[in-house]
Design a protein around this ligand. Structure first.
Ligand code: ADP
Ligand code: MG
Length: 482
């Protein structure tokens, strides 16, 4: 970005990931998404007098799993704190979080950028906390609705060092964290449902300057595209301010996706504003080495390990293995297709070229693919066993994608797409095409062998693409070379 000139961009991300547990962090209330408002907040989530929170064991097991996944130090005695503030969607008047002694300390991840270079980003900490409720401003004319279902939903807040130097790096880091938490089964990673939200801390400074510039924090960005846009907007805004002699105010901002801009929300609070103190109703989480070892023993396969396995087990190229293992759902899809069709090579090709092409075009996640892995597996199988040609295969693929076809075999039978492999039938067609085109036959025999393509094309036309191409080639050359 040449327009940056003398300015260097500095970004640190705070990523809130919702831990995929059945129940809340301190109560037995359900965390299921999509319930009627205010039907899933119990007395504990609401902080009613006389109730006591109890830590959900699954929550810290997932936090430890994540910590091990980034090579962090696991704090064997982590402490909950109260962060006091008033907000309509925070019924207790405080949020339970971890300030001084978070469960995960340090760790790092390695991101790969578009130009193929990689960079290590250090993680400062990851701490457990509860989510607040939600204020609903739409559909309530001149009023605000409050839905407390999310209150007490378990979150792991992952805080990075301010080590990213561009929106591209920040997005690569956020994508990596997303990939990691989904692979580890720590979070479902569903961003449209709020399972992964980024706060982007952005500042700029002159190249070579040691101290950091004043930052702004843009809150609750829930897509990678918005994250990139919000950071780029903020960088431009700050450059504009500094170059016209002003100064950046440290504040919390909101990203407006419709206008593609960030707007001031409130001036930045400091820790003292929150009057933190240790949560008196909860004991610290105390774990030992045996516990950490047990969690480590159950760690699922990580993306990089899966890529290595794909190379070894399926003989994929490293590039293809990296792509197919980049997303848990995609990796599972590839293995399902391969298991059905029995050949990893065409499975990889069809998924990378055809399927990912359409998913990208229509901006659909693999988990929402209209084409189930079982059908793609069967489609490839039918090409491999010569029931249909590759060309017809593309047609069936389209039909499956459009929802016109549901079952590969039914569709092939119903549309009469079965390849003509009967050699008697094919021979008759070949002879007819040769008889119909005496001029081309003469030219071919006179040395214009390029005309082979013409004959094959004519035969394909006669059979509506259903002829077996290998057989056609063999038949035509034996006839013409007589
Ligand atoms: P707070 O908890 O008040 O938001 P922290 O010091 O914990 O502040 O930092 C939060 C995030 O902001 C971290 O990811 C950190 O890397 C990042 N950060 C801190 N200072 C800057 C800065 N000057 N520019 C960009 N990011 C920063
Ligand atoms: Mg913050």
């Amino acid at each position: 970005m040449s327009h940056l000139g003398e300015w260097e961009v500095v970004i640190g991300l705070e990523i809130h990931t919702q831990l995929s547990t059945q129940s809340k962090i301190f109560s037995g209330a359900s965390t299921k998404f999509g319930a009627e408002p205010n039907t899933q907040a119990c007395a504990i989530d609401l902080g009613m007098p006389g109730v006591l929170p109890v830590v959900n064991k699954e929550v810290y097991r997932k936090a430890v799993t994540f910590g091990l996944g980034i090579g962090a130090e696991i704090n064997k005695r982590s402490v909950f704190d109260r962060k006091n503030y008033f907000y309509p969607d925070l019924p207790k008047g405080y949020q339970i979080t971890q300030l001084e002694s978070p469960i995960v300390m340090g760790g790092h991840v390695e991101i790969v950028l578009d130009d193929g270079t990689s960079k290590v980003i250090n993680v400062t900490r990851a701490h457990l906390e509860e989510d607040a409720g939600k204020s609903l401003h739409e559909n309530y004319h001149n009023q605000t609705g409050i839905d407390l279902n999310r209150a007490g939903t378990p979150l792991l807040e992952i805080v990075s060092e301010p080590e990213m130097r561009s929106a591209e790096e920040a997005v690569a880091y956020a994508r990596y964290i997303h990939q990691l938490v989904t692979y580890l089964g720590v979070s479902d990673g569903n961003m449209s449902q709020g399972s992964l939200r980024c706060d982007a801390n952005v500042s700029i400074r002159k190249h070579g300057q040691q101290e950091l510039g004043t930052r702004t924090e843009t809150k609750n960005v829930n897509s990678f595209r918005f994250l990139e846009a919000a950071i780029n907007f903020e960088v431009e805004r700050q450059i504009g301010i500094l170059e016209s002699g002003g100064r950046v105010i440290q504040e919390t901002r909101l990203y407006d996706a419709v206008k593609n801009e960030t707007r001031s929300m409130r001036s930045k609070e400091t820790a003292t504003d929150y009057r933190y103190f240790p949560e008196p109703d909860l004991l610290p989480i105390v774990i030992d080495d045996a516990y950490i070892d047990a969690v480590r023993a159950e760690m699922p396969e990580l993306p990089a390990q899966r890529a290595v396995r794909f190379v070894e087990q399926y003989q994929l190229s490293e590039v293809d293995a990296a792509l197919l293992s980049s997303n848990l759902d995609l990796a599972n899809y590839f293995e399902e297709v391969t298991a059905i069709c029995g050949d990893p090579k065409p499975a990889s090709n069809w998924i990378r070229v055809e399927l990912l092409g359409l998913l990208n075009r229509d901006d659909i996640e693999i988990s929402e693919s209209p084409l189930p892995s079982a059908q793609l597996g069967k489609l490839i199988q039918r090409i491999l066993d010569d029931t249909i040609s590759g060309k017809i295969g593309k047609q069936v693929f389209e039909a499956l994608w459009q929802g016109v076809a549901r079952d590969v075999d039914d569709y092939i039978a119903h549309e009469g797409l079965k390849q003509v492999s009967d050699s008697g039938e094919l021979e008759a067609i070949v002879d007819k095409v040769i008889a119909d085109n005496p001029a081309q036959v003469e030219q071919f025999r006179a040395g214009k062998t390029k005309l082979m393509g013409f004959f094959v094309g004519q035969i394909m036309k006669e059979t509506q693409g259903k002829a077996n191409p290998k057989q056609v080639n063999a038949l035509v050359s034996s006839r013409l070379n007589d």
